[in-house]
Design a protein around this ligand. Structure first.
Ligand SMILES: Nc1ncnc2c1ncn2[C@@H]1O[C@H](COP(=O)(O)OP(=O)(O)OP(=O)(O)O)[C@@H](O)[C@H]1O
Length: 305
């Protein structure tokens, strides 16, 4: 692999809290890497370290071959960064926002018309070019943010929870755009709290309390659980969850509607679990072995430790 992002024991502490804890990672050109974890896991801090906005407490990272400690300006020329509160000017139109970022990045005037057309086209914003950014929907704002982050044709794109709070249809559109960018050879580093989005990445790092618990393709992560998983449906999922959680041989439990996903120490225990629920007067409508989702693996890793 030819890594375009490399970190070596990258660490950032805030007083007694270690927000990013000894991160060692290599990301190759053309990967779509998803940093996944709950709020507070350390995703934003990782992004800030990699985009050379924040200094590490210890360790080092290189982005496009440049050190985040000593060559921050060189890095900023080669990357696009869309932070969670990306600076769009609500009182400016779509076109004016794009022009603002073109000025900021000193995009030569003669290169602008074709580049603007392309960015507006792929983000489906052409019909809205004269609309005030403040009047766009949440999904459209995120696409405009993306277009602005791409104005200087960066090689690596950092996106911090870009679809947070965006409706499912717009999220899907946004991911389509990311795949188009990937085809053009851009490397994408995206953070998300949505596990279904993580499934769309070529590689995923599951982050918890500043550490990456596992880093692999979604398929391999799902295959790595090493413990059987069963789905169990009952009339009273909430109550059942508490009982199942306290049962011997159960590693982790999570609720999906009226179903429970249960990770077990070994197969066969599901009968005991179902029996215990019945003993507590809870109807068990059925159970079956399932392949775990990324979410199941993440929960099993965090709770099973
Ligand atoms: N500037 C700061 N000063 C002190 N603590 C901080 C600072 N920035 C982040 N933290 C803390 O570091 C931890 C990791 O935060 P971070 O924002 O990186 O997580 P995250 O995974 O991006 O979550 P979120 O989606 O909520 O931003 C949190 O406990 C947070 O409170």
């Amino acid at each position: 692999m030819n890594p375009v992002i490399r970190t070596d024991n990258l660490t950032k502490g805030f007083g007694p809290l270690t927000a990013v804890d000894g991160l060692t990672l290599e990301i190759g050109k053309g990967e779509l890497f998803g940093l996944v974890g709950p709020d507070g896991a350390g995703k934003t801090t990782t992004m800030r370290l990699l985009t050379a906005i924040m200094e590490p407490s210890s360790g080092e990272a290189w982005v496009a071959g440049h050190s985040v400690r000593t060559e921050g300006e060189r890095i900023k020329e080669r990357i696009g960064y869309m932070s969670q509160r990306f600076g769009l000017y609500e009182e400016l139109t779509v076109m004016e926002n794009i022009t603002f970022y073109a000025d900021l990045y000193e995009v030569p005037k003669r290169e602008r018309p074709p580049r603007f057309e392309r960015l507006l086209g792929f983000s489906n914003l052409t019909p809205f070019r004269d609309r005030l950014a403040g009047k766009l929907s949440g999904g459209m704002k995120q696409k405009l943010g993306l277009a602005c982050a791409l104005i200087h044709t960066p090689e690596i794109l950092f996106l911090d929870e870009p679809t947070n709070g965006v409706d499912p249809v717009s999220r899907r559109d946004f991911w389509r755009i990311l795949y188009d960018l990937l085809k053009e050879g851009i490397t994408i580093f995206v953070s998300t709290a949505y596990l279904d989005e993580a499934e769309r990445c070529t590689r995923v790092g599951l982050m918890h309390r500043g550490r990456i618990l596992v880093d692999d393709t979604p398929a391999r992560i799902k295959g790595s659980l090493g413990f059987p998983m069963v789905e169990l449906w009952t009339g009273e999922a909430r109550l059942a969850e508490e009982i199942v959680r306290g049962t011997d041989g159960v590693r982790s439990v999570s609720i999906y509607g009226d179903k429970l996903h249960v990770s077990l120490e070994r197969s066969g225990i599901e009968e005991l679990v179902a029996g215990r629920l019945k003993g507590e007067g809870i109807e068990v409508k059925g159970h079956r072995p399932i392949l775990p989702s990324l979410e199941d693996v993440f929960i099993a890793m965090v709770e099973g430790k």
